[in-house]
Design a protein around this ligand. Structure first.
Ligand code: PEP
Ligand code: MG
Length: 325
């Protein structure tokens, strides 16, 4: 089957009813990059910049960050890369950056919270990215956003770095897109404001599921208790897709859900047209979508999501649909 999937790498990802789907991959280290072409992914939808920090024994210096991003962009060539700013804290431990013990690290001082409290760190990262992407197209996004106001502060810091680079006469990126990860449920009640503020949104379904269902993603005892193919979570995701359509803001998803063909099928059924996944999943997900009638699935799926009497989990419905079509 591996060979079968590899044979699909240059096949255009079109559903049976002609919907063009963008399939990107997640990465975080240089060793991930050769998979981009091997898997036939269109770009890197999530580049986890904290990996460079997690494998280092001391804080990577500005020049090291810049060299690293430059290397990533060089190796990915014309394919787009979405860099996510540091997402440390929670389950991502950086040994030389030890904050006080926290009782609930997932809900603690992490990601954009830490970045906004240590603006020097965030500005250094922005600067390294701007310099590495001089003359190129470049996308960045911030993790764990809870309020739109946080994004405005982050954008001001980015703007300062852009102005600094211009004053120094340095070349800027040719095009820059600013995005947010949607991983905290509070953003669901700020969707229109959020989308007015950013160029794109990327759903972090791992964390969004953890926070929405109140289950620790690292604790199998509870994390498997509820189904991400259940009505509550799929309805939540559908609301995000609809907000994207309403606001004309691109919405993608980069959590583990996109890596499982059945879940990826559900995502296409609720309207996602772009997903980012583990490189090994690109082939299997493409095989799934080439055989999928997305409109037909949307009809069945929406009916189940809107039917208060249907089962909480619609996993079986998806399995049956896949088998019958
Ligand atoms: C997510 O939360 O879904 C996500 C993509 O980010 P990470 O898994 O790195 O937290
Ligand atoms: Mg996350």
């Amino acid at each position: 089957r591996q060979a079968q999937f590899r044979a699909l790498k240059d096949v255009e990802p079109l559903t049976k009813d002609g919907k063009r789907i963008t399939l990107q991959m997640n990465a975080g280290l240089l060793v991930d990059l050769p998979h981009l072409n091997e898997a036939g992914a269109e770009g890197i939808g999530l580049f986890r910049t904290e990996l460079q920090f997690m494998i280092a024994s001391t804080m990577p210096k500005a020049e090291e960050q810049e060299a690293f991003y430059r290397n990533v962009l060089k190796q990915t060539g014309s394919k787009p890369v979405t860099f996510r700013t540091l997402d440390i804290g929670g389950d991502k431990v950086v040994p030389y950056f030890r904050a006080a013990e926290e009782e609930n690290p997932a809900l603690g001082w992490r990601a954009i919270r830490l970045s906004l409290d240590r603006p020097g760190l965030l500005r250094t990262q922005f600067r390294a990215m701007l310099r590495a992407a001089a003359g190129a197209e470049f996308k960045l996004m911030l993790p764990m956003v809870t309020e739109v106001a946080e994004l405005k502060v982050a954008r001001e810091l980015l703007q300062k770095e852009i102005e600094r680079q211009s004053k120094l006469g340095e070349q800027l990126p040719r095009k820059l897109q600013f995005g947010a990860m949607l991983e905290v449920p509070a953003l669901l009640w700020q969707l229109d404001e959020l989308m007015a503020e950013v160029d794109f949104v990327s759903v972090g379904s791992n964390d969004l599921f953890q926070f929405a269902m109140a289950v620790d993603r690292g604790n199998a005892r509870v994390s498997d208790r509820f189904d991400s193919l259940g009505r509550p979570f799929l309805r939540m995701l559908r609301d995000i897709v609809r907000a994207g359509e309403r606001n004309d803001t691109p919405v993608t998803l980069c959590g583990e859900m996109a890596s499982k063909p059945l879940s990826a099928m559900a995502l296409l059924g609720i309207g996602f047209r772009s997903v980012s996944m583990a490189s090994t999943a690109v082939g299997p997900v493409k095989a799934m979508l080439l055989a999928l009638d997305a409109d037909k699935l949307a009809e069945v799926l929406n009916a189940a999501l809107d039917d208060a009497k249907s089962e909480t989990s619609i996993r079986q419905l998806l399995v049956d649909f896949a088998a019958a079509n």
